[in-house]
Each structure stands twice: as C-alpha cells, then as structure tokens.
Design a protein around this ligand. Structure first.
Ligand code: TYD
Length: 206
C-alpha cells in the first residue's frame, strides 16, 4: 500500500496554507487519513531550524541557507513523510524542493541543478505525486503580506525583483514537469482554486 504526496508551492502570500488546509479538510471528510506537513518546520528539529533560517539576525551565506533548508527537508521526509506514505496515508505539505530551486536557485542565484540535486540527495529522490503551484506576482504577494503583518522574515524582506525571479522559476519548473504540476491563478476566488485542486486530486485517486 502506498499513499500520496501532494505539495503546495508559490510565492509568499499566494495562499498555500489556506488551500492546503482546505484540501486536508476535504480529504479527511471523505475518510482519508491525511498527514499535514510543511517546510521549513514540519518536525521538532525543523521548528528549531526554521527559527534559525527565517529569524536569525544577520547574514547567512547562500550555500549555508540552502543546506539548512535541505537539512530540514531530510529530517521531515525521513521521519514524517516517508513513513506516512508507506502506511498508505495522504501527505499534504506546504513547500518542498521546488521552493529551494526557486528561492535558493533563482532568488539567491545558486545553480538550480545543484540545489535540486542536494534536495534529491537529502530525500533519497522523493518527488511529489502532485504539486499545486499558486501563481502570484511579486507585487500582489507583497500587498497581501503587508495586509496581514508588520514583521517580515528574512526571505519576505527581499526586494520585488528577488520575488519576480522566484515566481518565474516556479513557472519554469511547472512547464518542465507538466505531469506533476497544476498551475492556478492565486488571484482567483478561494473556492474556485479549491475546486480545481479537488478535481485534480480526484483524478489522482482514481
Ligand atoms: P513559509 O513557511 O511558506 O512562510 P510563511 O509561513 O511565513 O508564509 O516559508 C518560509 C520562507 O522560506 C518563504 O519565504 C520561502 C522560504 N523557503 C526557501 O527559501 N527555500 C525552501 O526550500 C523553502 C522550503 C522555503
């Protein structure tokens, strides 16, 4: 018996956590066992790493940042996600290796293939069955974040051109793997997006 691994990706403010919570609720109501996770911070170790990565004052070298995300990912996959998939559960996760390719690769300007390879090593090659990309412009993302809080983490504090590179990288990743990705307009109404995701997941479960 093997379960499913579904990830949500997109820029800051794109509504990933809202949509992953809705999908979790919907699948649970249908009797599925759903495990929710997120990166960074899906495990106890991950919570500590998240604090360092996002809130440490002062500079973190780009390669160190990439390895911290990869360390969080390795532990999350080994101790939480893979055991759940092997039990036959559905794992729904906010962010995964595509975030590293987009943020550390395109954003911090590290080599995208190298960044991806580090994550594949960290996770023993685990790829999601489905990745939902919620596409949003950097400008719209910034407006949404500004509306909900006044303290930005290290990544959110980056300028618009950083976030535009991240967005374009996500779109390129989706184009390269159309079988794995579904790309949705994050400015659509919440229910419209949720319905499109459900349609795709129904097809996956069939
Ligand atoms: P997230 O938890 O989505 O932020 P929030 O809960 O505040 O909405 O992600 C935290 C930040 O980490 C986000 O700006 C994207 C960044 N990130 C990377 O740069 N690389 C990665 O591999 C991951 C997983 C996240």
């Amino acid at each position: 018996m093997t379960g499913l691994f579904i990830t949500f990706e997109g820029g800051d403010g794109s509504g990933k956590s809202t949509q992953s919570a809705l999908l979790t609720e919907w699948l649970t109501a249908q009797g599925h066992t759903v495990v929710h996770s997120r990166e960074p911070g899906g495990t106890d170790l991950g919570v500590e790493l998240r604090e360092i990565i996002l809130h440490r004052r002062g500079y973190i070298a780009p390669r160190a940042e990439a390895l911290l995300y990869a360390a969080d990912r390795a532990h999350n996959i080994a101790t939480k996600v893979r055991p759940a998939i092997e039990r036959g559960d559905i794992v729904i996760q906010d962010r995964y290796l595509d975030s590293s390719v987009a943020y550390q690769g395109a954003g911090r300007v590290l080599d995208a293939t190298e960044v991806r390879d580090i994550s594949l090593w960290a996770t023993e090659g685990l790829l999601p069955d489905l990745t939902v990309l919620l596409d949003l412009s950097a400008e719209n993302g910034r407006e949404r974040i500004a509306a909900t809080r006044d303290v930005y983490d290290r990544l959110e504090a980056e300028k618009n051109d950083f976030h535009e590179r991240v967005r374009n990288s996500f779109l390129a990743l989706a184009e390269a793997e159309p079988g794995r990705f579904i790309v949705l307009d994050a400015t659509d109404p919440i229910e419209t997006i949720a319905a499109a995701i459900q349609t795709r997941v129904v097809a996956l479960l069939a």
